[in-house]
Design a protein around this ligand. Structure first.
Ligand code: IMP
Length: 438
């Protein structure tokens, strides 16, 4: 019998915590080896940072592979604010990068009324608010599910745009009035503004699904760039304090139009501790000087909103859950340098609730907020020189750090592919002996 040769061509990268795991940096690393980078969910609520030779690029909608000059796709699962996207294209052009971007004609479009509604809905939700980024993401996905959203194919066709806005304007006005707000733009302004965006983006908009699947069949290496984090997923995250779409690995299929049989590998990103922006329970949250230390040292302030992030010890029940619902084959652990300098570090291995031990994350905010972490305490490590460590390899890193990394593998039952020990592109060490994207 002939031996079967398996080609690893489709890799999905997902956040396995509450977002902000360092996706920009790790996506940039894998993008260096990929042919195509695809965004498949979320919108400009995401903030992915790439640092190359000290220069910082912050992306919200554009796939991070832009810095590598790769083929880029914004899939149907993304909600596109065209103004933000055009600004990102202009910023890249200033750095002499012309992104090779294609956008799905099926991707939904964010309008100003979505932002107005995002703000208003949050105000009225009271205790149920998620602390959203107020970018209109939720209301845009609401319209998609309600089947009165406008898509990229509508804004590149002025007649279609006009017809749909004429039809929808009253409905949106009524919705906003319910919350006591009002439209600060006319129907005509909206049509002109969005027709202009459509005209500018028209050459990038099309049936990207066809070319993407063809590229996969030809053996091209495709990287699917996830957004947010598993704990923010609309189905599998902490409802209702997460985001408004699916962000787990499965969403790469629905958000780009690629069958699950095409996905070879899922890489889960986890920060060496946890962070969270917005509302909701965070069992390992550090409200003391250690929390302040991590926030300052790790620059834990939102890329999109600038809000200070809440921080806490690494939460293994949440990480194990993420490994399960995403089917993570490899983990990438980021920001291990930030934990350096602490005498002791802790890993939450389980929770206790009502005197019972719980090894898995409970399904609701109500239960999670009553969970108390059970910690394993480990020895901390001193600050180290990242450049030297990269040169001399993983074994040269402090023994305590390596023990911490081994503990994560043991507790999650998932191997570690790489570790990140600084924000720069080069501050990365591959731990695995096999390779993704050879
Ligand atoms: P939305 O996605 O703007 O609707 O916000 C919903 C929740 O998800 C809020 O708690 C946000 O702070 C959080 N969130 C959304 N995007 C991100 C992200 O990229 N990183 C971390 N948190 C996020």
């Amino acid at each position: 019998m002939l031996a079967e040769v398996l080609l690893m061509t489709c890799v999905v990268i997902v956040g396995s915590q509450w977002g902000d795991e360092g996706k920009g940096k790790v996506v940039d690393y894998f993008a260096g080896k990929a042919d195509i980078v695809v965004r498949f969910s979320g919108g400009n609520n995401a903030g992915h940072t790439v640092v190359v030779k000290g220069k910082k690029y912050a992306f919200h909608l554009m796939p991070c592979g832009a810095v590598r000059g790769k083929q880029l796709i914004i899939g149907n699962g993304v909600v596109v604010d065209p103004k933000v996207l055009l600004e990102e294209i202009e910023l890249l052009k200033k750095d002499d990068i012309t992104p090779k971007l294609s956008i799905s004609e099926r991707a939904h479009v964010i309008f100003p009324y979505h932002r107005t509604l995002d703000e208003a809905e949050e105000q009225f939700k009271g205790k149920m608010k998620a602390g959203t980024t107020k970018r209109g993401i939720g209301p845009c996905y609401e319209d998609k599910a309600g089947r009165f959203g406008l898509r990229m194919c509508d804004i590149v066709n002025k007649e279609m745009l006009k017809e749909k806005i004429e039809h929808l304007f009253k409905l949106k006005e009524k919705q906003i009035q319910v919350y006591g707000g009002k439209f600060d733009f006319t129907k005509e302004q909206l049509i002109e503004e969005y027709a202009a965006y459509g005209a500018k983006l028209k050459s990038c908009v099309g049936d990207v699904n066809l070319s993407l699947n063809k590229a996969i069949d030809e053996g091209k290496k495709v990287l699917f760039e996830g957004t947010q984090g598993t704990m923010l997923d609309i189905d599998h995250g902490m409802y209702p304090v997460g985001t408004s779409c699916n962000v787990i690995a499965g969403a790469a299929c629905t958000g780009a139009g690629v069958g699950p049989t095409k996905i070879d590998t899922v890489v889960g990103l986890a920060k060496a501790y946890v962070s969270r922006v917005g509302e909701g329970p965070l069992p390992t949250e550090l409200l003391d000087e250690t929390g302040e230390y991590l926030r300052k040292k790790g620059a834990e302030f939102g890329v999109t909103t600038g809000r200070p992030r809440r921080v806490g010890w690494l939460d293994m029940p949440a990480l194990k859950y993420a490994c399960r619902v995403n089917g993570i084959n490899w983990l990438a652990i980021t920001k291990l340098d930030v934990l350096a300098g602490l005498e002791k570090v802790k890993i939450c291995t389980a929770y206790t609730i009502d005197k019972k031990v719980l090894e898995d994350i409970p399904p609701s905010c109500e239960l999670l907020s009553r969970c108390k972490p059970v910690y394993k305490e480990m020895k901390g490590w001193n600050d180290f020189n990242a450049e030297e460590a990269v040169k001399n390899g993983y074994e040269s890193l402090p023994q305590e750090l390596r023990a911490y990394v081994s503990e994560i593998t043991k507790l999650s039952n998932t191997p570690i592919y790489l570790i990140s020990i600084g924000p720069g592109r080069e501050e990365t060490i591959i731990v695995a002996s096999s390779h993704i994207f050879v």
